[in-house]
Design a protein around this ligand. Structure first.
Ligand SMILES: Cc1ncc(COP(=O)(O)O)c(C=O)c1O
Length: 422
């Protein structure tokens, strides 16, 4: 008997696609308007393309936005993270607690400070460092932790800060994904000893390339200026002024053309975050009912959506994550399975290349960590269940309705789809 395509026949089994609207405009990012063009043009016409005051104006904007004492603009967040960690005074072989499920730039600068990362499990609610695993992995060599507010969801700050306080650890917040997110009414980026935001093109307040380091600490700010902004050292009123002739040997300042874009984008952050949130909340409420964990935040958290990450709860959807993603793609959804590759499994760690990068060859091998790819079973299993959809920065409801319909069709036909895939 040949099967007849009905409205709810999933596309992967020969039915029609649920998503017929063109999603290109719905996903347009960054949003560039005449305001950005005018700001860039003004800097261009000034002829001052290296040390234009707009960079300091951007820093002032970030200070006002977050209510922090210092902000310093970088060529990218990676260099800001390095400067922040360097200012913690890490010594060879010191240990820094980090997540494995993050972008490499949250972790790799640890090595350039001569320290070593200690990878901890990701907790399943907010996808941040698991405070219990962090506490379990503290040793006499632990000096700091890098907290990443992954995908725009604030980490469990109360618990993590309690561990940090108990063991006298420095805290760096990698807020690259979380511009505008709040934890108990306070912005991410204002909890740690220092925090860094990325302004790379995909991020929530983009500048093309750029990073912003923020801190309350005069010492961290001074050290960071010496490391990457030698031209500012002469203006210091502390003994560090004597380093003005050399800085600490690196130059990491932001290009003013990026600062021009960043100022405009920051002005629109709240309203553009609100649009993503409204769209994603609308769709999430429908997907939650179908057995998809959409990471809707608990009440004390105002999350933002750098990316729309979802978790397939197989016991409820009846499909393995790859089956679900393939069936959604057949419906016309932009569903993608790969997330960040777990860092503790990367050859730079499993093949001991980290020892060379961190210049720790003089230390006895047994005093340094051994990175086992099969460590972190919870993070590894959790990562397999994740996939992402577009974050719908400009979408209208009709497209979101089509996405919801695609999920309903696919999950409604789960037994048949699973059987077809066997
Ligand atoms: C979590 C995280 N940290 C740090 C970075 C580094 O940012 P940048 O590209 O500005 O160096 C990124 C960039 O994508 C990131 O996703």
């Amino acid at each position: 008997m040949t099967s007849i395509a009905t409205a709810d026949q999933p596309a992967i089994l020969g039915g029609n696609r649920a998503v017929t609207l063109d999603g290109k405009d719905a996903q347009r990012w960054p949003i560039i308007t005449d305001e950005d063009v005018a700001a860039v043009t003004e800097v261009l016409r000034s002829g001052e393309l290296s040390l234009h005051p707009i960079t300091q104006e951007l820093e002032a904007d970030y200070r006002d936005f977050l209510g922090v004492r210092h902000a310093l603009a970088y060529a990218n967040a990676t260099s800001g993270i390095f400067a922040a960690l360097n200012s913690f005074g890490l010594k060879p072989g010191d240990e820094v607690i980090v997540p494995s499920a993050t972008y490499w730039a949250s972790v790799m600068p640890v090595l350039w400070c001569g320290a070593v990362p200690v990878f901890c499990e990701t907790e399943p609610d907010q996808l941040g460092l698991d405070p219990d695993d962090v506490a379990a992995k503290i040793t006499p060599k632990t000096r700091a932790m890098v907290v990443v507010h992954l995908w725009g969801m604030p980490s469990k700050m109360d618990e993590l800060l309690a561990v940090a306080k108990k063991h006298d650890l420095k805290v760096l917040e990698d807020a690259s994904h979380s511009h505008g997110a709040k934890y108990r009414g306070k912005f991410t980026g204002t909890f740690g000893d220092a925090a860094v935001f990325s302004l790379q093109t995909n991020k929530l307040a983009p500048a093309g390339e750029g990073g912003i380091l923020v801190t309350e600490s005069d010492d961290i700010f001074e050290n960071a200026q010496c490391l990457g902004h030698f031209e500012r050292v002469l203006a210091l009123k502390t003994p560090a002024r004597r380093f003005a002739g050399t800085g600490f040997g690196l130059k990491h300042r932001m290009a003013p053309l990026s600062a021009a874009v960043a100022r405009v984008q920051l002005r629109h952050l709240a309203q553009r975050n609100a649009r993503r949130n409204e769209n994603i909340r609308y769709l999430s409420q429908r997907l939650q009912k179908l057995g998809i964990n959409t990471f809707l935040p608990p009440e004390h958290i105002e999350r933002v959506y750098f990316m729309y990450i979802l978790e397939n709860v197989e016991s409820r959807t009846g499909l393995k994550t790859d089956q679900l993603v393939k069936a959604l793609q057949a419906e016309g959804c932009e569903a993608i399975q790969p997330r960040y590759p777990l860092l503790h499994q990367q050859p730079v760690f499993s093949e001991d290349k980290f020892i060379e990068i961190a210049r720790l060859g003089h230390m006895p091998r047994e005093s340094l960590p051994i990175y086992r790819p099969d460590a972190l079973p919870i993070t590894t299993a959790g990562n397999e269940r994740l996939f992402h959809l577009p974050s719908f920065p400009c979408a209208e409801k009709d497209l979101l309705d089509q996405y919801a319909l695609a999920f309903e069709k696919v999950i409604g036909a789960a037994p048949r789809i699973a059987a077809a895939g066997d």
